[in-house]
Each structure stands twice: as structure tokens, then as C-alpha cells.
Design a protein around this ligand. Sequence first.
Ligand code: PLP
Length: 449
Amino acid sequence: MDGTPPFDVERVRSSFDFVGQGRVATNNAASTQLPRELLQLYGELVPQYENVHRGQSDASVRMTARFEAAFDTIADWIGAPSRRTISIHRNTTEAINLVMYTLLTEFRDGDNVVTTMMEHNSDYVPWYALCHEILPRFGRRVECRIARFDHETGALDLDDLAELVDDRTKLVCCTGASNFLGTKPPLPEVRRIADSSGYPQPNGERRSWLLVDGAQLVPSALVDVEALDVEFLAFSFHKFLAPLGVGVLYAKEHLRRGSLPFLYGGDMIAEGRVTPDRVEYNALPWKFSAGTPNILGVVASAEALRLTIDLTGADPGRTWFRSADRIPRAISGAAMARIAAHTTSLTQRAIASLSTIPRLRVFGVPQGEVRAPLVAFTVEGLSPFAIAAALNTRGVESRAGCHCATLAHHDLGLDPPASCRLSFYLYNSTDDVDRAVEAVRAAVAVTTG
Ligand SMILES: Cc1ncc(COP(=O)(O)O)c(C=O)c1O
């Protein structure tokens, strides 16, 4: 024992108003719920609100300092060396589009990009568009290759990935955790494969760059971008307790320096350095911050990280929410370990119970093995949409559809390409799981007669 009290889900739940409405909030892979503390913070920040980098008032100076400090908190949380590696976007999708648009000019004729069959559309469609629609208009041929996964276990086929990656692979794009199969691909192995390609990058490196879609990974585990040695990591705060509208891209500083900007306009230029003939860009990270950003969303997102420590009880000796102190890795690691332990036990409980329901098929990672805190399933003879609707009548929130993992649904031969998914977060209780599974059992029983 490390001396910290056990994870107390009832205490966590007391911070969430949705609980009082009797909701079983089990669609967390789409978006998580907002803790009351963040709503209160919003309410307090609104009367103090001023734009950042655009005013000399005390209010603007204070808001700018808070906004900029939020970048430090976010950078620290993912093990990034400095705020210069962080840019803020609307969501993971926009962050990945940044990578695509800023590399657009860098692909050479005959290059390829390798992604996987288990990607969310936001980590496939941009690469599809690049290779099939955008670059052909410039007369450049770049191939998009897709690595397979094992249909039984959901494991990424590393041999296939290694076959696809060659000395023309500029970029490998891989999810950190599948939002459908639950698979957490072994990123060090993926890194090793990308490293061995020998692709000559313009900065002299001879390896493929690696983009990790962290949308499901970052809210469920502590990620260290330096240890993983990824070039790019994208994730969204609306899946990590914070309000909607904040996505993050980590990118190595030398790549940001050497890259063209993504969006052009105000604030991303060096103060006063715009003439008819020459435009100079702002210092990092503001070179990638065109236009007025989601200021309160960014501040609240950093506070969501601090609050996570308090909610999980990872550091009972003090309060991190609203503190200005840098968070040690040991503390953020302890908080994420607690979230992982709790949500893993809920997920395993759900899979064990669901597996006893006749005609029900769970997709992806086998029971008992490491997976993201979600479970997707189908029931023979029953539409996933009908299951989700039946669950809803019992107050259980699920999601039916392809969850934007459209490639994987087609690859598994699902027709229609749909499954029903339950996904868990730190405020879910075992009672939530049991209510959800019983609702599925009841829906199946009705159709069985
Ligand atoms: C694995 C994965 N990648 C990307 C996304 C897209 O995230 P966003 O909707 O925030 O752009 C999601 C959202 O569900 C996801 O689960």
C-alpha cells in the first residue's frame, strides 16, 4: 500500500450533477460529463473575462497568464518538454488535420503513409483525402496503406504493419486505443517498426515519423510523449472531464519550427511583422494559434487535469485544483493509475456479464486482457440501434453505430456496419455496469420471446 486511501467512487460521483438525474452515463468514449467544480470555475471566470494577447488591461494580462500557464500544465501532463510543443484545436480531428495539412507540401512523389484498419475516421479520412484527392491535384502520387488487425483478438497485426512500412513511408499513423475493439496497440513496437524504415526525412533523420491518435488513450492512462518518442500525439479534452471544444496536438518542437503554419491570420504572426511583401510568424506555440482561441475552454481543460488528481484521491495531502504549482509526474501517474484500475474493473465486469447473454458477441480484446474501458457488441437477430433504444428506456446511455471506426466494422463484415457500445469513466459504479448489462439482457429476452 502507498498510504493513499482507496479510490472512492461515491466521493467522485458527488462532484457530478448528472448522477442526481438517475442517468447511467455509459457513453464516455464519445464525451465525458462535467464536474461541478469546472462549471463553478467557468461561472467565476466569466466576469473576469478578457481576450488573451490582445489588451493591456489587468483583466487581459491576468487571463493571458492563466491561458499560457494552462499550456504548461497540459505539456507537463503528457511529459512534453515545453509549451512550445503544444497547440490547441477544436478536437482530435482538427489536430490530426493540422498534421495532414502541414505535411501536405512535404510528401514526395512515390511516398506512402501507413495507417491501420482500426483507426477512427479522424485518423484515416484525412490520409485518404491526402492520397486520393488532394495530392493527385498537384500531380503527386502518395499511397495510403492500411495495416490489418486480428478479427478474433482485435490485436494490431504487427507483421503486416512491418510489411507495409518501407523506405518510402514518411508517416505511420496509429491509434493509442481503439474506440471500438478496445485494443491498445504496443506503441513501442510500432515505434520500432517506424524507426526501421530508413525513410530519409528532410532534417536528416532516417525513419518514419509516428502520429498517435490519443483520443481514447490519454483519458485512460498516463502518456509520456518523450518515452514513446512520438512525433505527434492528438487528443480531446471533452473525453477527459473538460468542456467541449478543446483538442490538443503535441508535435516535436523541431517539426513545429520547420513546418509551415496550419491556419493563417491574427496572433500567429510576429507583432508588427506583416508587410505587403513579407510576413513573419510568432514564436512557438503561438505560431499555431491563429485567431482568438477557446480561452476559457483551455483554462478549464488544464484545471480538469488538476481536478482529476483531487477526485481520484491520488494525493490526499493537498488540493491541486486551482493551484498554480507544476504537477510532478508521480502525482499525475498515480491519478491515472487509479482511473485505469477502476475503469478496468468495470469493463471486465461488463464483459464477463455480457458474455453470458445468448447470441451476444463482444468485439476485440478477449476478456481479462488489457483494453480501453469500453465494450462493443452485437446480438444476433437484433439491431444495435434497437438495443441502444431499449437501453435508453431504462436510463442507460450507450451508442449504436460504427463509432467512426467504419473501416473495422466493414472489415469484420458487419452489415450494417454497426455495434452497440458501453464505455466507462471514473464516476461509473458497479451498479451502473449491472444496470446496463441487465438492460441488454432484458432487450434480448424480449426478442427471444
Ligand atoms: C480513437 C478516436 N480518435 C479520434 C476521435 C475523434 O475525436 P474528436 O471527436 O474529439 O475529434 C475519437 C472520438 O470518439 C476517438 O475515439
